[in-house]
Design a protein around this ligand. Structure first.
Ligand SMILES: Nc1ncnc2c1ncn2[C@@H]1O[C@H](COP(=O)(O)OP(=O)(O)OP(=O)(O)O)[C@@H](O)[C@H]1O
Ligand SMILES: [Mg+2]
Length: 373
């Protein structure tokens, strides 16, 4: 299924996995809720083995994208391609699209059209796992039980869909032991092993977030989607989360798609950043490209439509803020400068004209979503 030529990255693009080896492609995705366009004609790629961050102000449409990718919502329009195996596999993608099938699989490769698949197939067959913006654990179950429930599918198959489990057949016992081993492995990796027999609801907030990641990893995903995993974490916990995500990527070859407001996390670990505002992509590239993009600065600082911003002055303002935050030992949180603070007096500098410097206008509005403001 994979063409030989597709396996080889074009010379000079080794660092841009999302261009030559995307594990996920979102193509012209639109999601409407009545008259509200939460996501409009959005396209981006997620590189295999990369940590990709999806960022943007509150209400930008990030969680809606996750809900479309993981089958919670049926997109109004668009195609979402998940690939197992290297390369863009264009021939296979065209073949599945034309056939009306949901996926095509061969030994070491596969193409899955997620917009055609129900959520349980997306997790089980396409191997996409997720965590939620609002933690969703089985609070009354122990940590170990939470991780065993996540491995329900292989256990049910091993039980022969009933009797193997009831009679404790050897094949079921082996599968059960493998599930326990995997759960223990991820409890150790997330430093939760000492609490394995406690109810999940007894864990502090940061530990519950780690347990959600452990649970998702127990399903053996090719793509792990995390919705604001650093929300509510203290700086030490955020640093540990960074390490955990890098470990997942490097050691388990799992690609990560991350929604995050904590720019400390995003800038440190992301190979690729996609920025949304009002459901539309306003920037796409590596951290340096996105950090200096005037559209991104305008979206985060919340300048008014058609208002001019002075890019060098704003960048200096951002640098000063970052410097002060570093001195005081706290992390700058982009959420503090989200849309809700648009037009706040503290950001008046952003629109102050200065002669001889390049100015830009916010160009991200006018997307047919004026009703959202
Ligand atoms: N089920 C729904 N029905 C109606 N509107 C919805 C629904 N889900 C999301 N929206 C709207 O779509 C827009 C995008 O919401 P979404 O939750 O995707 O934003 P977000 O980028 O994740 O924001 P945040 O950073 O605050 O989590 C919002 O205006 C939201 O109110
Ligand atoms: Mg959200």
């Amino acid at each position: 299924m994979v063409l030989a030529a597709e396996k080889n990255a074009p010379v000079g693009t080794a660092a841009r996995n999302w261009e030559h080896d995307p594990v996920l492609s979102v193509e012209h995705l639109t999601m409407r809720f009545g008259g509200l366009v939460a996501v409009g004609d959005l396209s981006f790629d997620v590189g295999r083995g990369d940590i990709t961050a999806l960022i943007g102000p509150n209400g930008a449409g990030k969680t809606t994208v996750f809900n479309c990718v993981t089958g919670f919502y049926k997109p109004t329009e668009g195609r979402i391609i998940m690939r197992h195996g290297p390369g863009r596999q264009e021939r296979a993608v065209d073949a599945v699209t034309a056939s009306g099938l949901r996926w095509m699989k061969e030994a070491d490769s596969g193409v899955f059209l997620l917009e055609r698949m129900p959520d349980h197939e997306i997790s089980h067959k396409a191997k996409v796992a997720r965590t939620f913006q609002n933690i969703r654990l089985f609070g009354g179950m122990t940590l170990l039980e939470n991780l065993l429930v996540a491995q329900h599918n292989p256990l049910v198959v091993a039980s022969g869909f009933t009797f193997g489990g009831i009679f404790g057949l050897p094949s079921y016992r082996r599968a059960e032991q493998a599930a326990i081993d995997k759960a223990v492995y991820w409890l150790e990796r997330t430093r939760l092993i000492d609490r394995a027999d406690d109810p999940a609801s007894d864990l502090p907030y940061g530990a519950q977030r780690r347990l959600e990641i452990a649970r998702a990893m127990c399903t053996g995903p090719e793509l792990l989607c995390l919705d604001e995993p650093a929300a509510g974490l203290n700086p030490r916990e955020s640093a540990e989360l960074n390490e955990l995500l890098k470990y997942i990527c490097d050691e388990h070859k799992t690609s990560v798609l991350l929604i995050e407001h904590d720019m400390g996390v995003v800038m440190e670990i992301s190979d690729h950043i996609v920025v949304l505002d009002y459901g539309v992509k306003i920037s796409d590239g590596d951290a340096e490209t996105v950090r200096t993009d005037p559209n991104v600065i305008a979206a985060y600082l919340g300048v008014e439509e058609e208002e001019e911003i002075d890019v060098p002055e704003v960048l200096q303002d951002v640098a000063e803020t970052l410097g002060e935050a570093e001195k005081s030992g706290s992390k700058p949180k982009a959420k503090a400068a989200s849309r809700s603070s648009a037009g706040a007096g503290g950001r008046a500098k952003a629109s102050k004209p200065a002669t001889g410097t390049k100015k830009t206008k916010r160009t991200t509005r006018g997307t047919g979503k004026g009703d959202k403001a």
